[in-house]
Design a protein around this ligand. Structure first.
Ligand SMILES: NC(=O)c1ccc[n+]([C@@H]2O[C@H](COP(=O)([O-])OP(=O)(O)OC[C@H]3O[C@@H](n4cnc5c(N)ncnc54)[C@H](OP(=O)(O)O)[C@@H]3O)[C@@H](O)[C@H]2O)c1
Length: 304
């Protein structure tokens, strides 16, 4: 016995190397960009998946087929992070359906949220999330939009002690909450924060991202496409020649801007379409823009 306790991801990588999961096999030649979670050093692949609205479908085999294909594409390229919330209607249940239908739970890093007031309601909601997603352990439990943060962080830390939750986090989706988020980060020292950051909403770069970096807090990025608005901003425009060095599509351009920020751990674009998932995943491979290129990207978007 070596005494080393394997993380699920290490076991998955080893199983992939042994050819035990051919559908989800990871190869040495093609390894997605990853970042360590500061509180543990566990590596997290930089491209994940958001499920708001896009996974709000019924549980029929017909309706589950598309979310399952999208999740399998994510896992097949070495991605793992799937973000959901009880606020997203049927999304948690659909993730449970996808697991039941055979997508390997052990390859997923499931992030959900608690979104209610009061200790008992929070506990009830977290139990329900675990049940809906058919999972004993939730990888990341986040306080959704800082709702009743002090109360839920206490419960989440208790659950971390007994192994039902691996990491804790705080989320918001708008810059108007950054002051409150900053205070909560200093008070609670969470493992993760989840915030909005993109070429359309770059304000997190001013204080929140540097603070997360300094405090050793992992960062998930939501609204990477401003819920689709960024694509409308470039509609009719071809990707500039200089960007083709690192991006083959607008989606990759937007995502690579985000994951090239040193404080960012993983970005979670939402999609209902397998070809968009493939496009998003591609941003996890190949060169990233350097600082000078990032400035050029900002200037380009401002010029539109
Ligand atoms: N407070 C919070 O905690 C909070 C708030 C907001 C969001 N979030 C999380 O962050 C996730 C992402 O944010 P979001 O859902 O607001 O929006 P988003 O990821 O910024 O944008 C999603 C939109 O982009 C389109 N899209 C995705 N990939 C594309 C591609 N490669 N090419 C062209 N279009 C593409 C999708 O359409 P198709 O379906 O057609 O691909 C969808 O309309 C959410 O799903 C949720 O998990 C959390």
């Amino acid at each position: 016995m070596s005494g080393h306790v394997w993380t699920r991801r290490e076991a998955m990588l080893a199983a992939g190397a042994l050819g035990l999961f051919p559908r989800f096999g990871l190869t040495a030649e093609r390894k997605m960009t990853s970042r360590p979670i500061p509180s543990t050093g566990e590596e997290l692949p930089a491209i994940g998946l958001g499920t708001y609205s896009v996974f709000d479908v019924s549980s029929t085999a017909e309706d589950i087929a598309m979310p399952q294909e999208i999740v399998d594409l994510l896992l097949g390229e070495g991605g793992s992070v799937i973000d959901t919330s009880p606020m997203y209607n049927r999304s948690e249940k659909v993730i449970g359906n996808v697991v039941d239908a055979g997508s390997p739970r052990e390859a997923m890093f499931i992030a959900t949220k608690v979104w209610t007031n009061g200790r008992d309601a929070g506990i009830e909601q977290m139990n329900r999330s675990a049940q809906l997603m058919n999972t004993d352990v939730i990888d990341l439990m986040q306080v959704h939009n800082l709702r009743d943060t002090d109360v839920h962080m206490k419960t989440i830390r208790d659950w971390q002690q007994n192994g039902r939750i691996r990491y804790n986090g705080l989320t918001h989706y708008t810059k108007s909450a950054f002051n409150r988020l900053e205070s909560a980060m200093k008070q609670h020292k969470p493992d993760f924060i989840q915030i909005n950051y993109s070429l359309g909403e770059p304000e997190a770069d001013e204080r929140i991202l540097p603070l997360a970096h300094d405090m050793g807090i992992a960062v998930l990025i939501n609204r990477p496409y401003q819920s689709g608005r960024l694509f409308r901003a470039v509609s009719g425009e071809s990707l500039p020649e200089w960007a083709t060095e690192f991006a083959a599509s607008w989606g990759q351009f937007f995502l690579k801007f985000i994951i090239s920020h040193p404080a960012v751990t993983c970005v979670i674009p939402a999609t209902s379409k397998p070809h968009h998932m493939r496009d998003n995943l591609e941003a996890g491979f190949g060169p990233l823009p350097d600082d000078a290129m990032r400035q050029r990207m900002i200037a380009y978007m401002a010029s539109l």
